[in-house]
Design a protein around this ligand. Structure first.
Ligand SMILES: CC(C)(COP(=O)(O)OP(=O)(O)OC[C@H]1O[C@@H](n2cnc3c(N)ncnc32)[C@H](O)[C@@H]1OP(=O)(O)O)[C@@H](O)C(=O)NCCC(=O)NCCS
Length: 395
């Protein structure tokens, strides 16, 4: 039988890190211990667990601390990753035991939400996770934005290395996180991964001294592609300023690729824009993020519609129980359930689907994630109305 323990600092090198190359990289490769050692700072405050048998690390799982906006509340969230088992020890339950232990430790350390990129979504659905919508990529020729070049806009865009603008970039991310459902903000030691290679430009849109949009990007060559990361803005003027800035590359690059939110409609940015907007879900190469609640307390005080309902969460070690969710005061209040009428029975994944706004109560039923009586469908639909999470700021 294996034992599970937490490892810290350099101890990760001889334990958890021994599994990473085989699980996540092209192998065999002549990768050196120095390369792995160089990654240690990016794991500094991770919760790293290892399962050991006779002194050998057979499996590992880890999580980094972050924050995420859930229906208007910014909450401690854990980004789970680096789940790996030695090939000769797979399908013996190591991964599952590590996940249970990790969830418990994360809750103990104050995390109310957890997210991960799944190798195999059905495995994590059993652990209470639900898939969130993928961001899209919009691909278009910069010439398609030419009409914006003639538009007078009250504001400026400056361009500098991400290394020079990192603090401004992070400050704007914090500003967005405060307002956008689903937005994630990772700890500095994780975010520094973007800083160290410094292979991005940062465009910053400013109006009256206030930042209203940022875009990180790189250009892969003359006549090539301007590859932008997430299009982040707080006002539509901010978006217009960034798009007009992209348009200034009209005779320099032949295409632009930019990541946008699932509810962004690039075809409406200017009249007649030629654009392809797409998202591909594929496993394990392009998985949508999955998320779960580590405690029902994650919903306390959340923005909601009117409604009052009792739920019973089943099949989950952390959440199992009866709760009363009351939105009559404009924000969710949570109390113990009494077992009266209007009780919806939900798996943890079903509750996550409602909390994150990605599933309607009727879909919870059709997806096999719960049983919801008709009157409870109406209450839950109003209380936890559909919302599109903006899964930006990933760690
Ligand atoms: C993904 C990975 C970590 C799973 O680890 P694991 O230790 O095999 O996980 P478990 O044993 O708990 O579960 C794996 C499967 O074995 C099954 N299983 C668990 N115990 C079992 C047992 N005693 N007998 C037979 N099957 C068993 C589980 O039900 C699960 O089945 P499923 O695939 O149908 O869902 C491992 O395959 C791996 O390292 N893959 C490469 C890296 C990777 O993809 N990481 C995940 C990133 S999110």
């Amino acid at each position: 039988m294996s034992t599970i323990r937490r490892v810290h600092g350099d101890e990760r090198l001889g334990t958890a890190f021994t599994l990473y190359p085989y699980a996540f990289d092209a192998t065999p490769s002549p990768g050196t211990e120095d390369e792995l050692r160089a990654l240690l700072p990016y794991h500094r405050d991770n919760t790293t667990l290892v399962a050991e048998e006779d002194g050998r690390t057979v499996a590992t799982a880890s999580a980094f601390p972050a924050q995420q906006n859930l229906r208007g509340n910014v909450l401690p969230m854990a980004g789970i990753g680096w789940v790996a088992t030695q090939p000769d020890a797979r399908r013996q339950g190591h991964g599952s035991r590590l996940m249970h232990r990790l969830h418990a430790e994360l809750l103990d350390s104050g995390h109310l939400l957890a997210t991960l990129y799944p190798f195999h979504p059905a495995f994590y659905e059993r652990f209470g996770y639900v898939g969130l919508p993928l961001n899209r990529t919009a691909t278009f020729p910069p010439a398609a934005l030419a009409p914006l070049l003639g538009v007078e806009l009250p504001g400026q865009v400056t361009q500098r290395s991400i290394r020079d603008g990192f603090e401004d970039y992070r400050a704007f991310q914090r500003q967005l996180m405060a307002h956008r459902h689903g937005y994630t903000y990772t700890a500095d030691y994780r975010a520094a991964r973007a800083l160290d290679p410094a292979n991005r430009w940062l465009a910053t849109a400013v109006v009256d001294g206030a930042v209203v949009g940022v875009l990180t990007y790189h250009i892969d060559g003359y006549g090539g592609t301007l590859r932008a990361d997430e299009l982040l803005y707080s006002t539509f003027l901010g978006r217009a300023l960034l798009l007009r800035f992209i348009a200034t590359h009209i005779h320099q690059v032949s295409s632009v690729v930019v990541t946008v939110a699932p509810d962004e409609y690039p075809e409406s940015w200017v009249t007649g824009l030629t654009v392809r907007t797409e998202a591909e879900a594929a496993f394990p190469t392009s998985p949508p993020l999955m998320a779960r609640l580590l405690s029902v307390e994650a919903l306390r005080g959340a923005r909601c519609g009117p409604g009052r309902v009792e739920i019973e969460v089943v099949d989950d070690r952390l959440l199992a129980g009866r709760y009363r969710l009351d939105g009559t005061g404009g924000a969710i209040d949570i109390g113990p359930g009494s077992g009266t009428a209007k009780t919806a029975t939900l798996t943890a994944a079903g509750l996550a689907g409602l909390a994150y706004g990605v599933l309607d109560p009727a879909e919870v039923v059709t997806r096999g994630l719960g049983e919801v009586p008709d009157d409870a469908v109406e209450e839950l639909r109003s209380l936890l109305y559909r919302l599109t999470p903006h899964v930006f700021g990933k760690g």
